[in-house]
Design a binder for this molecule. Structure first.
Ligand code: F0G
Length: 436
């Protein structure tokens, strides 16, 4: 496997006298990180990325959770890494619930069943609001306070809205979420509602909601906290750091492959960035980087299409459908960051149908790991790739499960067994279970 990993620029740019800046991945334009609100490049509208003069090494990491990785984030644990520090004000970690430090479960039976050397499940559903989104929000909402913006907003298939509502509440800021009507799992709407976000249900899919939020942001009405926001992806990088640190501690080596569900491809982009930064810092070799392997639902698989066709751009699917509503997305906005990541790491992308997703949800549940459907797509994808011989039997694999079972109670009921009515007596129970 040959890897060509683009190292981040090592020299601090002229635009910022700081050690952190924003850089356009398309044209290379650079901007100071906190001087203005911007989500894409002022010059060419390309995606922005946070860059550091000194990429981190493992030795720089100390403490717990997401903020253990402050050396790889645009903020120190206590304050901004910029001269404009202070806008956030207030003491204490108001921005942290805390997030990260999620389990890397061993699943020996499933590992044997799938036929890989080792399989571990990184269960991001164990974050404070039940999904990986919290890692991005603790950083993103802090930036929002740093910039002094008024109203926070996101489009969401559910989990982003739950996380933004919670972190917005924590920051004492007004929060607006746009959801595709009738297509968001019950647990997620309940969270956004109780954390007091204003919920707007749009007659359209997620991609339409995101178009509107981008318009609102361009008009200066809201601060956008979708994964188009480069600061959110900084927080999500920490998933990669945690996996590498823990895997190496347990086995003295790094995993060969990381399999993850793909919607907007934010996590794929974030993991790739984490690895690039470690390689640039000399903390790991390019040939140690795990193969990033994306999984989409067959009814919403534009990234898979692009990988299969060797295309440089992803075609927007106008019509998408899947039981895994979290990844019911036809226009993966982070594709320009994620496609090169999949390719450079020697990974791939695969589509799985809804039945396979539900079966994988049951597989994980039998190991005691409760996840929502989109999360189970990672395991369904690994099974499909193993069966096709596209993943080798000697590989060490980590599957990312992105959201908790309770996010989507309806899907869990459908996947699980039915309750059995029984008369109100011990005798009746014994008889019913065949114990006498
Ligand atoms: N898994 C879950 C449970 C998600 O909620 C999402 C995205 C993904 C996977 C895909 O991650 O976008 O980084 O590729 N959910 C967003 C939301 C879109 O609004 O909650 P990605």
């Amino acid at each position: 496997m040959s890897l060509s990993l683009d190292a981040p620029a090592q020299d601090a740019p002229a635009v910022a006298d700081d050690d952190v800046w924003l850089e356009c991945i398309a044209c290379g334009a650079q901007f100071a990180p906190f001087d203005a609100v911007r989500f894409t490049c002022n010059d060419c509208d390309g995606l922005l990325e946070v860059r550091y003069a000194d990429p981190p090494t493992f030795a720089d990491f100390e403490g717990e959770g997401v903020w253990r990785y402050a050396a790889a984030l645009p903020f120190e644990e206590g304050e901004a890494r910029s001269a404009s520090d202070g806008a956030a004000g207030g003491g204490g970690a108001w921005y942290s619930l805390p997030e990260g430090d999620t389990p890397l479960h061993e699943v020996p039976r499933l590992s044997e069943d799938l036929g890989v050397n080792r399989l571990r499940i990184k269960h991001e559903g164990m974050n404070p609001t039940g999904s990986f989104k919290d890692r991005g929000m603790t950083v993103g909402v802090r930036v929002a306070r740093e910039l002094g913006v008024g109203r926070l907003a996101c489009a969401s298939t559910g989990n982003t809205s739950a996380a933004l509502a919670a972190y917005g509440a924590r920051a004492g800021m007004e929060t607006l979420v746009l959801l595709p009507a009738g297509k968001v799992a019950a647990g997620k709407v309940a969270q956004a509602s109780l954390h007091d976000a204003r919920i707007l249900e749009v007659d359209g899919n997620f991609d339409a909601c995101l178009d509107i939020v981008q318009d609102l942001a361009a008009r200066g009405e809201v601060y956008l906290l979708n994964s188009l926001n480069p600061f959110r992806l900084e927080g999500q990088k920490t998933i990669g750091f945690e996996i590498l640190e823990e895997f190496r501690e347990d086995y003295g080596r790094l995993p060969d492959r990381i399999v993850l569900p793909v919607g907007n491809a934010g996590n794929t982009a974030a993991l790739y960035k984490a690895f690039r930064e470690l390689v640039a810092a000399g903390a790991m070799d390019a040939d140690e980087v795990p193969a990033l392997t994306g999984v989409q639902a067959a009814g919403a698989a534009p990234m898979v299409e692009a990988i299969e066709n060797g295309a440089d751009e992803v075609r927007r699917w106008e019509s998408v459908e899947t039981r895994a509503t979290a990844i019911r997305i036809g226009n993966p906005v982070n594709a320009p960051k994620a496609l090169p990541g999949i390719r450079a790491t020697g990974g791939t992308a695969v589509a799985v149908d809804d039945e396979a997703i539900t079966e994988a949800q049951r597989d994980l549940a039998r190991e005691g790991v409760g996840v929502e459907p989109a999360s189970a797509a990672s395991v369904a994808g690994l099974r499909k790739l193993r069966e096709a011989g596209r993943v080798d039997a000697d590989e060490d694999v980590v599957c990312l499960t992105t959201g908790h079972l309770l996010k989507d109670p309806d899907a869990a009921y459908e996947a699980g067994g039915d309750p059995e009515p029984v008369d109100n007596s011990t005798e009746a129970v014994l008889e019913h279970i065949g114990a006498k």
